[in-house]
Design a protein around this ligand. Structure first.
Ligand code: NDP
Length: 277
């Protein structure tokens, strides 16, 4: 079994980005909007801020109160869309219930949509055009490629069909010529379907959901899940038992999480370069 060290791969990407950004005449800018005080979101936003500082990206963080109205949020997005200092805009998911999150994502100018959640970018990904791709799924592909894991012709199974992880990952794996199955809460015979996977990706949000009996001997197992249990981060995969069967496996923490962050920074640089053109 080989552990895929997301932290290490992320550090390599960051180093490369830092060097590329140093050469630019102007710093790229990322605006992050956080509505409310969801504790996990607060940590993510702080980490994004820190990484921007480290890489020489100018970060503007907008911490809005939980009672912010949809109108107020859309107005801020409008302002950021035309702000020349801002190359990328990220609205931290999830937003409070009074705001239509989809409407807010669609308000972000597609060329500044570094999270790849705007319907134009989602549509472009679906039809195979170059676009901004959601950071977690793209980070997963980068990880697999970094380890020289063959994707073409492989049977890939994704558990989870969210717009943020499962669905874009389906499109990316298909683009890499895998044969892809997407499972969800209504899937029948989930265990059997998972056990057919050469590449098994868990994006469910349930701690240790994927057990060893769901994994084929020699499979590549990617754990996207982040579950907070008693202050500890636990993945969706029963790591200790599954690692005995997997050829490659990602840990939690230190797997997909750091890849998401590094990919976001890559997307900010891409937005900067596209806007320059
Ligand atoms: P969602 O809650 O949006 O989606 C979860 C998916 O899992 C749904 O499609 C759901 O099915 C499916 N599911 C739930 N229960 C079962 C079950 N019993 N059997 C089969 N499928 C099931 O979550 P996200 O996609 O946003 O996130 C998934 C996980 O990944 C979370 O732990 C999240 O914290 C983590 N995450 C990690 C990131 C990172 O950077 N590492 C980034 C983003 C997310 P259905 O559609 O039928 O309800």
């Amino acid at each position: 079994m080989k552990l895929i060290d997301g932290k290490l791969i992320s550090a390599e990407i960051q180093e490369r980005l830092k060097q590329d950004i140093e050469k630019l005449e102007k710093k790229p800018g990322l605006a992050v909007i956080l509505v409310g005080e969801d504790p996990a979101s607060c940590v993510y936003v702080r980490n994004k801020e820190k990484m921007c500082q480290k890489l020489g990206i100018q970060s503007l963080v907008y911490r809005l109160p939980a009672e912010t109205t949809e109108e107020e949020l859309l107005k801020l997005i409008d302002e950021l869309n035309i702000n020349e200092e801002v190359d990328g805009i990220l609205l931290q998911h999830p937003v409070p219930a009074q705001i239509d999150e989809r409407k807010a994502f669609n308000k972000i100018a597609p060329e500044k949509d570094v999270d790849g959640f705007h319907m134009i970018n989602r549509g472009k990904l679906a039809i195979g055009e170059d676009c901004f791709v959601a950071c977690t799924p793209l980070g997963v592909i980068t990880m697999l490629k970094h380890e020289n894991i063959e994707i073409e012709g492989k049977r890939a199974v994704i558990v989870g069909r969210s717009n943020i992880v499962g669905k874009p990952l389906y499109e990316l794996l298909l683009k890499e010529n895998a044969t892809v199955t997407v499972c969800h809460s209504k899937t029948k015979n989930l265990k059997e379907v998972c056990a057919e996977a050469d590449i098994l990706i868990a994006a469910i949000g349930k701690p240790k959901f994927v057990t060893a009996d769901m994994v084929k001997e020699g499979a590549v197992v990617v754990d996207v899940g982040i579950n907070r249990i008693d202050g500890k981060l636990i993945g969706d995969v029963d790591f200790e038992n599954v690692k005995e069967k997997a050829s490659y496996i990602t840990p939690v923490p230190g797997g997909v999480g750091p890849m998401t962050m590094a990919t976001l920074m890559e997307n900010v640089l891409k937005a900067y370069q596209l806007r320059k053109k």
